[in-house]
Design a protein around this ligand. Sequence first.
Ligand code: NOJ
Length: 460
Amino acid sequence: MAALVAIGRVNPVLAAGNYIPELTKSSFGDNFHWGVATSAYQIEGASDVDGKGESVWDRFTSRGHIKDKSDGKIANDFYYRYESDLKLLKELNFKNFRFSLSWPRILPEGTGTINEKGVDYYNRMIDECLRLGIEPWAVLYHWDLPQKLEEKGGWTNREVVDWFAEYADLCTRRFGDRVKHWMVLNEPAGFTTLGYLSGTHAPQRTGIGKYLAAVHHACLCQAEGGRIIRRNVEKSHIGTTFSCSHTEPYKPIGSHQRAAKRLDVVLNRLFIEPTLGMGYPIQDLPFLKKIEKHMLPGDEQKLPFEFDFIGLQNYFRVIAKPSLIPVIWANRVKPDSTAEITEMGWEVDPEGMYDILKQFSKYPVKEIIITENGAAFPDRLVDGRVHDPQRINFYKRYLQQILKAKQEGVNVQGYFAWTFIDNFEWAEGYRPRFGLVYNDFDTQERIVKDSGYWFRDFLK
Ligand code: NOJ
């Protein structure tokens, strides 16, 4: 109850008896998809072998922009170690593996010449999943744009829609006979904001104009990618993923409430509403009107696509209050918050997961899958073991809130933990460890953390 008071949230179910469901695998149902999520640049390594082209992240890291000056040249070395890693995944009782395809590994220049060695790697990795009885879930785009395309403007150039269509067509033709679960984009709000507005991620571009162009083109690709998968893959299960955060006003006063509403548009509504045929939420965030500058006749009809599922990725809530730059102000933690804080500086807020599930379930979506959720804590390897009770507690509490929402009728059908093995955490480098498995980056030795064993037993 203390937490409820601290965050000022009125939750009728909790208020009516502090109800937290008992956590068992069976209460999620037999068809619930349990998995782990990863992404190519964060795990594969092998960044310039076998014909792979340069990505914007190869370029960005080579300029020393990462906090620990690291890069993804080796990462988890998954390119060479996928067999033993997938075997370990199976031992932990996960039946679903989410990975992304690296665009520059498959099309080194972004379009045109195909790198057959790159295609071959994914064929081998996918076949290995199937051999082990693990379902592959492929994401077409998880942030590693070919550098050659960035040099032509990247996501700000409308031609990206054609480039992406060529790439999506190729991937679905080559892998669609075996991969049935597809996701088009990973967190478009993430890569457009960080890569094209604030410039804190690759390709380090800034400004509202570039951001809005990237947003519109990503929305077009999102729908076009869905149509291409539908056309090329028989019996496909098609989704795309959205980052999302429950937004709250800093103080319960009008100006802060309006700021929270604007922040909600940017973080939660901007990418899903055009997909659902609702257009861009310009009414609630007037500066978005400038996006129309990037729209051509007929675009409105191209934005919607009926996805089979939407992937939600939730890590923290956000707090809003007005500010001149950049119109909205967000902080993940209220100064008076007593909540636990992760290595990323994010507040542990399981109720925020419940709130966001309730919010998204109001949209007419067929199915929701939590395609990412997890936490970084300062893990230590002691006598060959990693005791991470904080992470176990994190997973239990978030899963309870998901189950609660499910029991109240939210159609959530899967959960993917972020992440399998500690990996490259973008601009933060290797310090934040999100894995269920600890990685010794000097030796590439994998050590299952207590949280990994917890999942193994839970999923038995
Ligand atoms: C979202 C991103 O999809 C993933 O790449 C990242 O590592 C996690 N969040 C954790 O920050």
